[in-house]
Write a protein that binds this ligand. Structure first.
Ligand code: UD1
Length: 430
């Protein structure tokens, strides 16, 4: 199993190109199931989760080509990929595939909308809490689907071959359920109004793509989204937005190590207040024509309290990294996780590097220390793993991060991007 070895202590200086957003690319790829035309997606990151979803979609009959050819080009970098679901050959998403990645459950929406039926295994994914699917099932039922859960599978069917538009209020904000309802309602008969919808930039990116395919969606990015169902959707060409989580992660790496880095292609509007929060910790953050510049020189890291929240609040996907940053702050900070239970698995690993953190329910109290010291640590989930990497960059001596397959799910060319900026970081294969 691969490991990452880091020798900490160097500042980061230079340019880090920001990749296409994993969390935007996945629903966009799934949207290809809605049409028998070709959907061309630009800036698709080269990540294990994307490859896994390509396999899952292939199982349903989705053909793909990279830059017009099937072979891999630009190995390891964001690419343009054509997806074509001309013939859906299977409406079942089996356990062996879905259990590896939670987002693959989302195929339930487009399969049901286009084919009138779907059989999808209950999902797996990061071990960060129970992550139920009740909101998806309630939403699809509101659109007239009959749903059964049997032997670990969701069996969904339309009554008369087509979903029917309706008003649906999400009892809780869910990114995934909002994606699925957008896709399903786009092909439903009549109007759907979604209330308390997720407002994440990835939702807007999907809605824009669906509209380019002929859907009639308005209000994406607000909590009320209206979808006027159409009979069919066509192909389109659409660009994946830059990854705001990757952006925030590298911004915090610089805030932690010191230095001056241009996050090339990053968009500040996608991060909303999160950049301000990182700025409050002592990093100077400025927007430039080609990206976002992060700079910290000499000043200590200031403690900042943070509570995660749906967009535009502080993202749960940056919570572990922010905790990493706070472990070296000049004082105490309080970090509250409100989205997922059990998303503090990085705490005991950060403690191995010398961090002082106490947990009480969904809140972590972090008492900053003057220095961290390198140690072997274990990656537990995608975002937790990268918090260990950035802490390792700031720690004295050597840190090895084990189980890095979690990182490969969501961070494109991490070692290369960081070592180009002066970090000592390498992958050890074993
Ligand atoms: C997406 C992101 C993930 C991010 C999360 C929150 C992708 C591929 N993943 O995950 O990186 O951390 O948004 O920003 O985009 N819930 C229910 N019932 C449901 C669905 C969700 O109770 O049917 C709960 C979840 O357990 C969680 C909360 O709602 O507590 C938010 O989850 P959700 O927004 O759905 O997360 P994902 O879409 O899975």
């Amino acid at each position: 199993m691969d490991r990452i070895r880091i020798v900490g202590g160097n500042e980061l200086n230079g340019t880090i190109p920001i990749s296409g957003a994993k969390n935007a690319a996945l629903p966009l790829m799934i949207a290809s199931l809605l049409t028998d035309d070709t959907l061309t997606l630009e800036n698709v990151p080269h990540l294990a989760d994307v490859e896994q979803l390509i396999r899952i979609l292939g199982n349903h009959g989705v053909d793909y080509s990279v830059n017009g050819r099937r072979e891999k080009q630009n190995e390891g970098y964001s690419r343009t990929i054509n997806f074509s679901a001309r013939n859906i050959v299977d409406t079942t998403a089996p356990y062996e595939l879905v259990s590896k990645m939670r987002a693959s459950f989302w195929v339930v929406g487009p399969l049901l909308a286009r084919m009138g039926e779907a059989k999808v295994s209950l999902p797996g994914g990061c071990a960060i809490g129970t992550r139920p699917v009740d909101l998806f099932l309630d939403g699809l039922q509101a659109l007239g689907a009959d749903i059964d859960v049997e032997s670990g599978y969701v069996l969904a069917k339309t009554r008369n071959g087509r979903l029917v538009g309706n008003r649906f209020m999400f009892p809780k904000v869910s990114v995934g359920a909002t994606h699925v309802m957008l896709m399903a309602a786009s092909l439903a008969k009549g109007e759907t109004v979604l209330e308390n919808a997720a407002r994440e930039p990835e939702i807007v990116n999907l809605a824009e793509c669906l509209n380019a395919m002929g859907a009639k969606i308005s209000g994406a990015g607000t909590s009320t989204i209206t979808i006027d169902g159409v009979d069919s959707l066509s192909g389109a060409r659409h660009r994946v937005i830059p990854d705001r989580i990757e952006t925030g992660t590298y911004a915090m790496a610089v805030a932690m190590t010191g230095g001056n880095v241009l996050l090339e292609g990053a968009r500040a509007d996608l991060l909303s207040g999160a950049l301000e929060t990182i700025g409050q910790s002592g990093a100077a953050i400025t927007e430039e024509a080609t990206g976002i510049r992060v700079y910290r020189n000499g000043n200590g890291i200031q403690p900042v309290d943070v509570s995660t929240a749906p967009f535009p609040g502080f993202p749960t996907d940056l919570q572990a990294q922010f905790m990493g940053l706070m472990t070296m702050a000049n004082g105490k900070s309080k970090i509250t996780e409100t989205i997922f239970e059990n998303r503090f698995m990085h705490v005991q690993e950060l403690a191995r590097l010398g961090a002082h953190i106490t947990l009480s329910g969904q809140t972590a109290m972090v008492e900053g220390v003057a220095r961290l010291k390198g140690a072997p640590v274990m990656a537990t989930d995608l975002r937790a793993s990268v918090s260990l990497v950035i802490a390792g960059l700031a720690a004295e001596g050597e840190t090895t991060v084990n189980r890095v397959y979690h990182l490969d799910r969501g961070f494109e060319r991490l070692e290369e991007k960081l070592s180009n900026c002066g970090a000592v970081i390498e992958r050890l294969s074993s």
